[in-house]
Design a binder for this molecule. Structure first.
Ligand code: TXA
Ligand code: MG
Length: 330
């Protein structure tokens, strides 16, 4: 509206403020153990619409519904396979999301018209308090503009969403740093749609059977739609500076114009995951001509890190300084 003042966006630690925003049908940025989320009351269609508008996220990309406890899964989902509860007992509250059949009380806008819903029980104490005190399920995607790097601190959120939300609830640095593992239970085979902190091995150990880490971005069969699982779109988590994958970071050390995503300072894969998005953001702010990164060992949480690196680089690979190749896009 002409002449309207820009919203100042305040960083707060007030749980009451966050609860109020949820109950009023406003958006509120909430900390989770993985990344910050842009939350709204999942049962309020107008509030949920604001999430898509604010992030400029396409309406075909469904949201995760955050709930307070395992007991509540049944409130919003039906025909829930027993494996969901076994995994929830092992890993929830925590960084795992279950795709299951939805009940009517979850509006279509949350699930992009799908008859399934993504459910997660986050462990961060602040979002837990907001869930308990508001009594509402909270739909929340990562608190970044669509396709960009997920934020892991309140300050990074501010850079993404300044003027677009009233409040950011500050819960410190997210302790995991990359998004939850998304697991689908819609077919007979259990499928990991997005790798995350909870690994394929972790899941298989609990279930005592094999699950599939799928590269297939389409859903086929008896369910309503065959759209992508959009977190698996090939371009995602992307810096504004072009980024390339390479096997030879050494080739670029002398190049002043090139930003190197350097993991050598970190002790293990968990530390890399924790710092991945914030390091990427820092490099992106430095005005480099381009960025380069090298994939990590593709096991455990390494799969999740490599998934994010491939998407951030949009599949572009540097073979030496000049030659560019495109790898098979997922
Ligand atoms: O750690 C996380 O999961 C964070 C925090 C905020 O909870 N959230 C997050 O949300 O990463 P978002 O929207 O950035 O990613 C959600 C992913 C998307 O890939 C989306 O396509 C998928 O979950 N998803 C949601 N509902 C789905 C459904 N019914 N079927 C298949 N995929 C679904
Ligand atoms: Mg996201």
């Amino acid at each position: 509206m002409a002449g309207r003042k820009r919203n100042p966006t305040k960083i707060t630690k007030g749980i009451g403020i966050a609860v109020n925003e949820i109950l009023k049908g406003n958006l509120i940025v909430l900390p989770t153990e993985t990344v910050y989320g842009l939350g709204a009351n999942a049962t309020n269609e107008k509030a949920v619409l604001k999430i898509y508008q604010t992030k400029e996220r396409p309406l075909f990309d469904p949201l995760i519904v955050h709930i307070k406890s395992i007991k509540d899964i049944k409130k919003y989902a039906k025909d829930i396979p027993k494996e969901v509860f076994r995994l929830a007992e092992a890993f929830s509250p925590g960084p795992i999301t279950f795709i299951v059949q939805k009940k009517q009380n979850i509006p279509d806008i949350v699930t992009s018209g799908l008859d399934s819903v993504a459910i997660r029980i986050p462990s961060h104490p602040m979002i837990q308090k907001v869930l308990k005190k508001s009594g509402k399920p909270i739909a929340a995607p990562s608190a970044n503009m669509f396709g960009r790097i997920s934020p892991t601190t309140a300050k990074d959120v501010l850079k993404e969403l300044k003027g677009k939300v009233n409040y950011i609830l500050d819960g410190g640095i997210c302790e995991i740093g990359i998004e939850s593992t998304v697991v689908s239970f819609l077919d007979d085979n259990i499928k990991i749609l997005r790798p995350g902190f909870i690994t394929k091995r972790d899941i298989e150990k609990v279930l005592r059977k094999k699950v599939i880490l799928t590269r297939d971005r389409t859903r086929k069969g008896k369910h309503k739609s065959d759209i992508y699982s959009p977190g698996m779109l090939k371009n995602h988590y992307a810096p504004s500076t072009p980024m390339y994958l390479t096997d030879n970071l050494k080739d670029f050390i002398e190049e002043k114009r090139v930003g190197i995503l350097d993991f050598s300072q970190y002790e293990n894969l968990n530390e890399i995951a924790l710092n991945l998005f914030s390091d990427l953001r820092k490099l992106d702010e430095e005005n480099y001509a381009y960025l380069v990164a090298k994939k990590v060992k593709d096991s455990g949480i390494g799969s999740a890190i490599n998934d994010r690196l491939e998407k951030a680089s949009r599949g572009r690979v540097k073979m030496g300084k000049w030659e560019i190749k495109f790898i098979e896009k997922r």
